[in-house]
Structures are given as structure tokens and as C-alpha cells.
Design a protein around this ligand. Structure first.
Ligand code: GAL
Length: 680
């Protein structure tokens, strides 16, 4: 339940009026109206202003801001303001502060200086959230709640006493007794056996690698601890405002939190993204995969890009501005991939503090003299033409599996090599993106029956439920591609002996005897004899024994030359491919073409010049074709049978059309003639 703003798209940004005198707020309202703003995230870091000391709440200023917003016709995604605890709270109760793995305290003076397990923090946050929620429960400006801010963005770990106790409790709940924990953690190794819960610590700095299952459980626990904190606030908000949607801003493909769990708890998905304009192509890919992830997290429902930069950020070593037109193009990318809201950090550029050199909707130079503000206002006004797309959805028939547990376990030390899991996912995603074939990014336990093809990169950690899900998917006619170092361990990170990949043995028709990771500069080659093709393979190769699988490519080098590098196994109505190596890009392209195009029959939406993004959003009343020219050339697009009205230019298009550099078209497709109502 995304906030309904008269069925329109959401447009706005973080609004921090506490940094400004009241006279500026009036000017803000005028400019917001002029720029087409309809939603602002208010007061995310305003705890100290709302509650200047333990005994005082000061809502007068926020009352004025909320009233001004309401009069201007702008709604508030009102923050619970818990992201940066005030100095008085820390002084009163320093136990709020987190301790890092070296045992050092993280002091105030920045933000996010709280431990998610601190009782004092939770108590103070509860009081604050209750006060804010009660104050504004019935306010006409209130549209949604913005809880905290980017959980675990900076502060990812805590090893203090309360956290250690909470970790012990979490383990008790998970394992029930110490025998189960000792078994799960494999504590006979290196004499790590525990005979009392009090003997267990979070994985603090130690002489050498700490127990991998302990590390893994700690990451699960930290994700849960932050989620518990979110749920604590959400419960208060639900009780006081049962009908107001609650969300928090997620990040993209980041390791801190298991967003597959988090997404179940937010009322609508919102995320922040700051691609670096230094490399526009890479930025565009990063934005594409991030958007696809957010859409998938919300099970296809429209989501909000809650923060992006209008131009430069301030936190890289070198912070380049977005050149004119790029912010608009990347904003449309969000809409093209299923988003319904474009927002920024922040409304007005600060003049003091760490982020004063971060771009904003209203830059230091002032609104009217700034090209950035002009671009923002133009976009805001343009979006009012796009009302019809609100609520429509991108429907993908392909999925890439992504699992945070798997990521955490792959990135623990003491592995055969450090396989870059997100990079592998990004490589596969990039192929789909370049092909203009819509793809979701989903948890391995999700319902896969809606897809015709599923790619599972490095699914190292795999339990019976996931193996069953993948097997059923293939049996029912799906095409599956699994890439190497998959099905090696269970959820405890225990190896399943007797041949690697045992849980997928039936569906893949093979087992793996050993692997061979390659250092930089070494590698193998994968030959597809039938097609007379050969591709270099870097980082990884495996010695595969087929049972029912058919080899499609073989290794050219090393002691296992001639053994299978790519296989296919037919099972039930579907087929499962196994890629036992990491080939160069062209090799991966060939493999994906075999699986996605040839086996599953998925085709690009349109054949367009390279660098043109194409997507389709389907709504109950209309379908929309998005065309985005990411290149610096004008391109001609052959529209084939697609025709309709371009909502941006308000022109009817059919046959073909030209798109200037960085230009966008959103074509509301005319219903097929068989509907008997072709409007053209
Ligand atoms: C986000 C954060 C904002 C602001 C922004 C700057 O991570 O939520 O408050 O700091 O970064 O890029």
C-alpha cells in the first residue's frame, strides 16, 4: 500500500526544515509547488529538535511545517526521527553507543551511533515514536511513516554487552540447547565446545579466523536485531495509526541486511541509490539491477526511489556532478523498471554540516538561478502527465536467485577462493538488461512457477527446501541454469560429503569431484565443439562427473581437460544446465542465450540499437512501452507492431521513431484491434 496521492506518481525529497529559519519554509512551499513536489520525508534527523532534553518535547516548529505542507497540498512521509540519537541521551546513558569488533566504542558526533540491542536506546526511541505518532495521527498532511533511516548503513556490527546477551538469547531460541549449537557450529574443531551459553561471544577480533557458522549466525542475528528494531517502531505506529503505511528506506544490493526478510515487513518498498556519474554506463547498470531488486522485493508492486542525488554526492573522494539530462534519464529508468515514485536527498542544500556539498533540489545558488533546480522542476511537472502509469507493473518471466544467507556464507574467510557473488549476479543481470528481457531477482524459496527460466549463480548454501523448489520448477517445464560452487553446504555451513552438489544431483544429472580456483593470470578454456567456439575461463573450474547430463562444452586445459564444463539435463518437462566455470563475458553470453532464448524461448521486447532500454509496464486498463536512449547518439527505433501515444511528447507513434541522446518515450499502447476499439 504505497501512499495514494490521487493516483499520481510520487515526487519529492528529504525535507529538513529544522536546519532553516521559518522564513525559508514559506519560500520552500512556493518552490515545492512550482516543482511539482507532492511528498516530502520530513525530519529524519530531527530528534534533538523535537526532544531537546529528556523531559521536553517541542512540536511547535513541526506543527507549523506540517500545517504549511498541508496548505500547500503536499503530503508528509513523516519520519520517526530515531536515526541519530541526541547528545543528551548519550550523556544520560552511554550504553546506547555501539562497540565494534575490536572492542572500541563508536562515539557520537556523526549519526547512527546506537546499538540496536541497547535497552536505553529502545526505551527512548519508543517514547519518541509514540509522541510523534500521537501528535500527528490525524494530521491531513500525514501520508506515510518513514521509520529510522537506512538501517545498518554505517553501523553494521555491535559487540557490546547487551548485544552479546541478545546474541546468546537469539542462539538459544534458534538451537534450543547447547548440543544443537555445538553440532551446528562444528565446535569439536579447534576445541571450541560450549558448555554454558555465557561462554559464547559475538565474533570479536580473535587471533585467527573465527568459527564460520558463528560468523554466519552473527550476521543473521544482526539483520534480525535491526529488523526487530524496525518492528518495534512499526508496532507503535500501527497501534496509533492503523491505516497509515509504514516503510523505511532500503539500500541496493548491500550485504548488511537480509532484505528478503525485511521486504515482508514494510508496507511498501522504498530505497535509496547513488550511482556514480563518473562511469555512466556502470551507473546505469547499477541502477537497473537495484530497481529490479526493489521491484522483486515487493513482489512486483510499485516501489519508491526515496533518495537519489540531483547531481553530485559529497562522500566519494571525487564527487562529479550529473551532467544535464542524466538525472532525468536515471529517474525514468526507475519508472521503466516498475517504480512509482522519484525522490531525492535533499530538498534544500545545507549550509553547515557534513553534507553541505551534497547536491539538492534547491542548490546553494538558489532555485531560479540553478540548472539543477530547473531540471528537478521540469521533471516534477512532466510526471503529472504520467498519471496513467501509476500502479502498472513490470511482469518478468525470468528470475535470478539471490540469497543473503548465501552471500554471507560465500564471503566468510577460509573459503577455497573468494567468489564475488554480487558480481556474478550482476553479470547475469547485465545480459538480461542488454537483451531487454525483464528479469526479477528473487529468493530461492520464492514461488518460481510464474517464471520460464531461472538462473542460480553460485548457490553455495542450499537446503532441501530450495533443492525441492528448483527440482519442481524444472520438472514442471522450467529452464534452470546453475553456476559453479553450488549446493556445497547446508544452512549450518556444513559440507555434504559424497560428491559436491549432492542435493542437485538429480536435477542437474551430475556430481562434482573437486574444484580448481585460479589466481589472477591463470585459467582454463571452455570449448563448445559443435559450434567451434572457445572461451577463456578465469577464477574457477570444476571436475564434473555426469550421470544423466549431456556435456555441451568441455575444458581444454589442466589435468581435467576433456571433462564437462557446461551440461544440460532433461528432467520432466524441463531442463537444467550446469556451468562448471566462470567464462569470459562472451562465453557467459552464449550460455545464457542457450538457456534463456533457445531453451525457455524468451525474446527481447524489441530489437533496438545497443544502449536503448526497453520495458513494458502492464496496468488493468493500459500497457506502456518505455524506451530510454542511454547513448550519446540519436537512434532510430523500429517499433514493429507497437503503436500508441507517447505520453511525454503527446504524439501518436507507429512504425518507427527517433530518440535523441538520453531521451525517453513512454508509449501508452493502443489496444489490439481485436479489442474492437483501436483509437488510432
Ligand atoms: C543517504 C542518507 C541521507 C544522506 C544521503 C547522502 O545514505 O539516507 O540521509 O546522507 O545518503 O548521499
Amino acid at each position: 500500500m504505497i501512499p495514494k496521492l490521487e493516483g499520481t506518481l510520487i515526487f519529492g525529497g528529504d525535507y529538513n526544515p529544522e536546519q532553516w529559519p521559518e522564513s525559508v519554509w514559506h519560500e520552500d512551499m512556493r518552490l515545492m509547488r512550482q516543482a511539482g513536489v507532492n511528498l516530502v520525508s520530513v525530519g529524519i534527523f530531527s530528534w534533538a529538535r523535537i526532544q531537546p532534553n529528556a523531559d521536553t518535547f517541542d512540536f511547535a516548529w513541526l506543527d507549523t511545517v506540517m500545517a504549511l505542507l498541508s496548505e500547500t497540498g503536499i503530503r508528509a512521509c513523516l519520519a520517526t526521527a530515531t536515526a541519530s540519537p541526541p547528545a543528551w541521551l548519550i550523556r544520560k546513558d552511554p550504553s546506547v553507543l555501539p562497540l565494534n569488533r575490536e572492542g572500541r566504542t563508536l562515539y557520537p558526533g556523526s549519526r547512527q551511533h546506537y546499538s540496536p540491542c541497547s535497552g536505553a536506546y529502545r526505551k527512548a526511541a519508543t517514547r519518541l515514536v509514540e509522541a510523534i505518532a500521537e501528535r500527528y495521527a490525524h494530521h491531513p498532511a500525514l501520508a506515510a511513516w518513514h521509520v529510522n533511516n537506512e538501517y545498518a548503513c554505517h553501523m553494521t556490527e555491535c559487540h557490546g554487552e547487551e548485544t552479546t546477551n541478545a546474541f546468546r538469547l537469539w542462539l538459544k531460541e534458534r538451537y534450543g540447547n547447547l548440543d544443537a549449537l555445538n553440532f551446528a557450529w562444528g565446535t569439536q574443531f579447534w576445541s571450541q565446545v560450549y558448555s554454558d551459553w555465557e561462554e559464547i561471544y559475538t565474533p570479536r577480533e580473535a587471533p585467527y579466523f573465527t568459527n564460520p557458522t558463528q560468523q554466519l549466525d552473527y550476521r543473521r542475528f544482526m539483520s534480525d536485531a535491526f529488523l526487530e528494531l524496525f518492528l518495534m517502531e512499526k508496532a507503535i505506529l500501527r497501534r496509533i495509526t492503523p491505516d497509515t503505511p509504514v516503510t523505511t528506506n532500503l539500500l541496493g544490493l548491500v550485504p548488511q541486511l537480509d532484505y528478503n526478510q525485511w521486504a515482508k515487513e514494510v508496507d511498501f518498498v522504498a530505497w535509496d541509490n547513488y550511482p556514480d556519474p563518473v562511469d555512466i554506463e556502470a551507473g546505469c547498470l547499477k541502477h537497473a539491477i537495484g530497481n529490479d531488486l526493489q521491484r522483486s522485493l515487493g513482489d512486483g508492486a510499485p516501489y519508491v526511489l526515496m533518495e537519489q542525488a540531483t547531481s553530485a554526492v559529497n562522500w566519494r573522494d571525487v564527487n562529479m556532478p550529473k551532467p544535464p539530462g542524466l538525472m532525468r534519464l536515471w529517474s525514468y529508468q526507475t519508472l521503466a523498471r516498475g517504480g512509482d515514485g522519484i525522490m531525492y536527498f535533499q530538498w534544500r542544500a545545507s549550509v553547515a554540516g557534513t553534507e553541505k556539498y551534497h547536491s539538492a533540489m534547491v542548490p546553494h545558488v538558489g532555485a531560479e538561478r540553478s540548472r539543477v533546480y530547473r531540471e528537478v522542476a521540469d521533471l516534477g511537472n512532466e510526471l503529472t502527465r504520467l498519471k496513467p502509469i501509476a500502479g502498472s507493473r513490470v511482469c518478468a518471466q525470468a528470475a535470478i536467485l539471490f540469497d543473503w544467507d548465501n552471500w554471507w556464507s560465500l564471503s566468510i574467510d577460509s573459503r577455497p577462493a573468494q567468489l564475488d557473488y554480487p558480481a556474478a549476479v550482476e553479470d547475469v543481470h547485465e545480459w538480461f538488461y542488454q537483451q531487454n528481457i525483464a528479469v526479477d531477482i528473487v529468493a530461492p524459496t520464492s514461488d518460481l512457477t510464474r517464471y520460464s527460466v531461472v538462473v542460480a549463480p553460485h548457490l553455495y548454501m542450499l537446503d532441501d527446501a530450495v533443492a525441492g523448489n528448483l527440482t519442481a520448477f524444472v520438472e514442471q517445464g522450467g529452464a534452470l541454469l546453475v553456476t559453479p560452487f553450488s549446493a556445497i553446504v547446508d544452512r549450518y555451513d556444513h559440507v555434504q560429503p559424497g560428491g559436491y552438489g549432492a542435493k542437485l544431483k538429480e536435477v542437474l544429472g551430475l556430481w562434482v569431484e573437486e574444484w580448481c580456483p585460479y589466481p589472477e593470470g591463470r585459467g582454463n578454456a571452455m570449448q563448445i565443439e559443435e559450434e567451434n567456439l572457445s572461451f577463456a575461463c578465469h577464477s574457477w573450474a570444476e571436475v564434473v562427473h555426469t550421470t544423466t547430463a549431456i556435456p555441451l562444452a568441455r575444458f581444454a586445459d589442466d589435468y581435467f581437460a576433456g571433462s564437462a564444463a557446461l551440461t544440460v539435463n532433461h528432467l520432466g518437462a524441463g531442463c537444467a544446465y550446469y556451468l562448471a566455470t566462470i567464462p569470459e563475458r562472451a562465453g557467459l553470453d552464449v550460455v545464457l542465450r542457450k538457456v534463456v532464448t533457445e531453451a525457455a524461448g524468451l525474446r527481447p521486447l524489441l530489437l533496438v540499437p545497443q544502449g536503448v532500454e526497453v520495458s513494458l509496464r502492464e496496468g488493468p486498463r493500459a500497457t506502456f512501452l518505455f524506451l530510454l536512449n542511454h547513448t550519446l547518439e540519436s537512434v532510430h527505433i523500429d517499433l514493429k507492431n507497437y503503436h500508441g501515444r507517447d505520453l511525454l511528447s503527446d504524439r501518436v507513434v507507429a512504425g518507427g521513431m527517433n530518440l535523441d541522446p538520453w531521451q525517453v518515450a513512454i508509449i501508452q499502447l493502443a489496444p489490439a484491434p481485436s479489442d474492437g476499439q483501436n483509437p488510432e
